[in-house]
Design a protein around this ligand. Structure first.
Ligand code: GLU
Length: 474
């Protein structure tokens, strides 16, 4: 165990785990495991407007489902508990007092209306909107008067505009921020609660986080928080501002894009290994793309991470990886996962034993891209095909059809051994000059109503001899 390496995943309990969150958690975890460090889960629940998952139960169960296991966190505790920000108020108060002593903060009594007016004026003058340190210049007497009048206030960070801060970023290298380009951001709200900027910083500092990997969209927050680390004279963590995930049109991924939330993916039947695998390799290039968590820990190179700002989320690629992972799963496990999809659509599936269903799945698993495909692939088992004669007539000439029917009918007695049946049909068809394609289309339509699908022998096995015979004869 490397005590120096400490990372964290710090989601807000918004009720939605989306793929951006998952990727952040995943890369933090893979890095930490590679370096034998400690991975912390911290819940940033100080904003009531983002509080939809009390106790972070959904976050915890989603992480479990993805096998992204943390070493310290809400339900398991750890040396830096508590891991809910809402329970860490005394710590933030204490650190605010320290910052006051260091001269790093001041009270701001400006009202929202005043601030809004100034902002509008600055924008009109084509200046970047920034707090102009008005309240920094209040005399002690004015401050006392405001307090005596019961005027509400917030604490602001006192940035020194003549200074700069430099951070180390895994992708960008050393990044320097001139503080004159940043505003004296709020540390508290008027109700005395703490802002994301301050609480998130205090936690990273007090939890001794050594590496902060988060989305590129946090880069300007990092500047302010780096100034906080310096104000406390504490070494900065190493950062990695990870590229934002965009849709294939290059726009930031949103709720409207399919596969944005983990629930979308789960409900369609994507496997956790496939989701992790895809999100870990997105934007990179690897000789062998199908990798388990263990493989990823061994393979990923955090010394050389790409410096692109965006990566594109390609559901088709994710599907391809899912297909590969389905292929790796044993049939018994697939049976358990596929069954709910099937039973929801076809309650009759409840009558199929575990053994029979896993046998069936073994035969058709190469046709599954996502688990919910089971419904489409096995629909023929529950719904008798209709309009067969019309469909067959569309594909096969009358003359050929007559011969095919003869060949098939004269061999129906072989149906109990489907592979022999097919072999025999093939030989006879050749003798009679019938293309195999036509022969198989005939059988497939007779058995399922569709010209494409699983192999004929598999179909016969799945339906059973009696049902297959009756469908062919009809
Ligand atoms: N709660 C923040 C978020 O979900 C955490 C950002 C960070 O990782 O520092 O965006």
């Amino acid at each position: 165990m490397n005590k120096e390496i400490r990372t964290r995943f710090a989601p807000s309990p918004t009720g939605i785990m989306h793929i951006g969150n998952i990727r952040t958690a995943l890369l933090n975890l893979l890095f930490t495991r590679q370096k034998s460090g400690t991975f912390v889960l911290r819940i940033e629940d100080t904003d009531p407007a983002r509080m939809f998952d009390p106790g972070a139960k959904k976050i915890i169960s989603d992480l479990k489902w993805l096998s992204l296991n943390f070493d310290e966190g809400p339900d398991i505790g750890g040396p830096y508990a508590p891991y809910f920000q809402s329970e860490r108020m005394p710590i933030y108060n204490e650190k605010l007092k320290e910052l006051q002593k260091l001269g790093g903060t001041y009270r701001c009594f400006c009202s929202e209306e005043e601030l809004e007016k100034k902002r509008t004026r600055q924008i009109a003058m084509k200046k970047p909107p920034r707090y102009e340190k008005t309240c920094l210049h209040l005399s002690q007497k004015e401050i006392d008067q405001n307090l005596a009048d019961g005027k509400s206030f917030i604490w602001r960070m006192n940035l020194d505009p003549s200074k700069s801060v430099t951070i180390k970023d895994l992708a960008k290298g050393m990044v320097k921020f001139e503080l004159e380009n940043f505003t004296d951001f709020p540390l508290t709200r008027k109700d005395g609660t703490f802002t994301f900027m301050f609480a998130n910083f205090v936690d990273d500092m007090t939890m001794k986080i050594s590496h902060v990997f988060r989305g590129e969209d946090h880069l300007s927050n990092t500047a302010g928080q780096a100034a906080l680390f310096e104000a406390f004279n504490v070494p900065l963590p190493t950062f990695w501002h990870m590229p934002m995930i965009c849709n294939t049109e290059g726009k930031k991924l949103s709720k409207r894009d399919f596969g944005f939330s983990l629930d979308d993916l789960k409900n369609t039947g994507f496997l956790p290994e496939a989701i992790n695998n895809y999100l870990a390799i997105i934007g990179g290039s690897f000789v062998e793309e199908i990798m388990s968590q263990e493989d990823l820990i061994k393979t990923l190179n955090f010394e050389h991470v790409g410096s692109t700002n965006r990566v594109s989320y390609d559901v088709e690629k994710l599907k391809w990886i899912n297909h590969k992972w389905i292929d790796r799963y044993p049939k018994e496990k697939l049976e358990k996962l596929c069954r709910p999809f099937l039973e929801k659509q076809y309650p009759a599936a409840k009558q199929i034993s575990e053994e029979r269903l896993s046998g069936i799945i073994q035969l058709i698993k190469s046709d599954l891209v996502v688990l919910s495909d089971i419904v489409k692939v096995l629909s023929f088992l529950f719904e008798k095909p209709t309009n067969i004669n019309v469909k067959i007539a569309e594909q096969i000439s009358e003359e050929n059809l007559r011969t095919i029917k003869e060949i098939v009918n004269s061999n129906l007695n072989l149906l109990s051994a489907p592979h022999e049946f097919i072999e025999k049909l093939k030989i006879t068809a050749k003798e009679k000059n019938i293309g195999l394609k036509n022969l198989f289309i005939f059988l497939r339509i007779a058995l399922t109503g569709e010209p494409k699908g699983p192999g004929i022998a598999e179909l016969v096995e799945i339906l059973g001899e009696t049902e297959a015979k009756s469908r062919i004869q009809s």
